[in-house]
Write a protein of this length. Structure first.
Length: 474
């Protein structure tokens, strides 16, 4: 249910962007911030939320997240300005940061056998597909028949029901030894993501060479370097840098950034194209993206089964190649492109998005200590959110300044950039699953066994062995 409301919120808000812009007199950059403020806050606090859940109890933190998300949704529905809407979206996102990574750690601790876990991740991905399917249609219907404000109302009854059901059915669980809070690491993550996002979104309007934009990029780079150095020296860091010495783990994180950058960039840009460029209503635009969501729902469990039986390489490579095909088709769209042509590209992209999620999630949590499942799941989720932030920021910056009539042609460069991301997904999917890459994962586990330190308990025992078996099988 938490995945359902978070997934619905993504697609519902994208469908409502033109209506929000018209009523609140928002510019393109304002609309970018409406989406990116949400994903930025989620991405900044995911890892802290995961470790907090490991320390104070996963059910407790999960319920607090549901309450904040529900309250934020209510406040968003009564916002009277873009500034207020962005602030309330940040509150909503703070609650959202406590939902999916914590829920995923609960799933990870429940399904410890690799094949069962892979299938569970497939079901998890299918729910995300369902949420994407419901979002455009329900959002379009609400925007067309009532108002864009109604898109936030749907979260309230689901959030309240989820709080009650969690209390009734989800057992409390904690890590045996959870990490301490890392204020320096948390601050550096926020600074890195916030300055990078600001620079990309505001660059077109302020000028890429302006002192402010250059300063933002410089601060982002400095904060990223400092983050690596600080986290490498802490006994219990927010993010254990040693995990990234594992090529499969690093590959999964990079693929998450690329794949969700593609998805978020597509949702943002395609909504503007259909409603502003083609003049379709919110409901019509939502219905046109329904085949894509249906493919995500259909192929997510297929991907989970493939990961469980064949390993992650096949679904990752197929996802990357399907992304390239779909977005290459979109580089040729005009204001008069036929609907069957558009639907064909949406269907292929839906297949790609359905295939990619299960191997990312499975690789991120497999082989990590169960006591730190929240942190491991948060890394994958943070990578997704980082990709989502950059996808909206970059595609929006490429088409900034284009009129409604020229939006189709202006979008060609953006689709080409996203197609290149798909090619990178295929390359990383192959490179991170070779025998040499899998050897780096074994060395990292051996290193953590010898010096547990910041990673918490050594990755040995039953979990390490079942992951070894899964790796050998893949």
């Amino acid at each position: 249910m938490s995945l359902l409301i978070v997934g619905i919120d993504v697609t519902i808000v994208n469908v409502a962007l033109p209506s929000i812009g018209h009523e609140l007199h928002a510019s393109l950059s304002d609309l970018q911030w409406t989406v990116d403020a949400y994903t930025l806050v989620i991405g900044s606090f995911l890892m802290a939320s995961g470790s907090t859940a490991d320390r104070f109890g996963r059910r407790r933190v999960f319920q607090v997240g549901l309450a904040l998300f529900t309250l934020g949704s209510l406040l968003c529905s009564v916002a009277t300005s873009v500034t207020a809407l962005v602030i309330f979206r940040c509150l909503q996102a703070l609650g959202g940061s406590m939902l999916n990574p914590v829920a995923l750690s609960i799933v990870s601790n429940t399904f410890t056998e690799p094949r069962a876990r892979a299938r569970a991740m497939g079901v998890w991905g299918a729910v995300f597909g369902i949420s994407l399917a419901l979002g455009p249609v329900v959002g379009g219907l609400l925007v067309t028949s009532i108002s864009w404000r109604a898109i936030f109302w749907i979260n309230i009854p689901i959030g309240v029901a989820a709080i009650i059901l969690t209390q009734l059915f989800v057992p409390e669980s904690k890590a045996a030894t959870a990490r301490r809070f890392d204020p320096w690491g948390q601050s550096l993550v926020i600074v890195t993501l916030a300055t990078l996002t600001y620079g990309v979104i505001e660059g077109p309007s302020r000028g890429w060479g302006s002192p402010l934009i250059v300063a933002m990029f410089a601060v982002a780079a400095a904060a990223a370097v400092t983050l690596v150095r600080v986290e490498s020296r802490r006994e219990q860091p927010l993010l254990d840098i040693r995990f990234f010495r594992s090529v499969p783990f690093s590959g999964a994180s990079g693929i998450a950034v690329l794949a969700f950058g593609v998805l978020s960039g597509f949702l943002f840009l395609n909504t503007l194209y259909l409603q502003e460029g083609r003049g379709f209503s919110a409901l019509h635009a939502g219905l046109l993206t329904l085949p894509m969501a249906a493919m995500i729902c259909l192929f997510a469990p297929v991907s989970g089964r493939l990961v469980g039986t064949k390993g992650p390489r096949l679904p990752l490579v197929l996802a990357g190649l399907a992304t390239v095909v779909s977005l290459t088709l979109l580089t040729r769209i005009t204001d008069a492109t036929s609907l069957p042509y558009l639907l064909a590209s949406y269907v292929v992209l839906g297949i790609a998005c359905g295939l990619v999620n299960a191997p990312i999630a499975n690789t991120a949590v497999s082989g990590m200590p169960n006591s730190q499942a929240g942190v491991a799941a948060s890394v994958a989720s943070a990578s997704r959110q980082t990709g989502s932030v950059l996808g909206v920021a970059i595609t929006g910056s490429i088409v900034a300044g284009a009129s409604a009539a020229g939006l189709a042609s202006a979008s060609h460069a953006a689709w080409a950039v996203l197609a290149a991301c798909g090619l990178a997904v295929a390359a990383l999917g192959y490179a991170s699953t070779t025998r040499r890459a899998l050897g780096t994962a074994q060395r990292v586990r051996g290193m953590l066994d010898e010096a547990p330190g910041p990673a918490g308990p050594a990755i040995a025992g039953r979990e390490g062995r079942v992951h070894d078996e899964a790796v050998e099988g893949s």
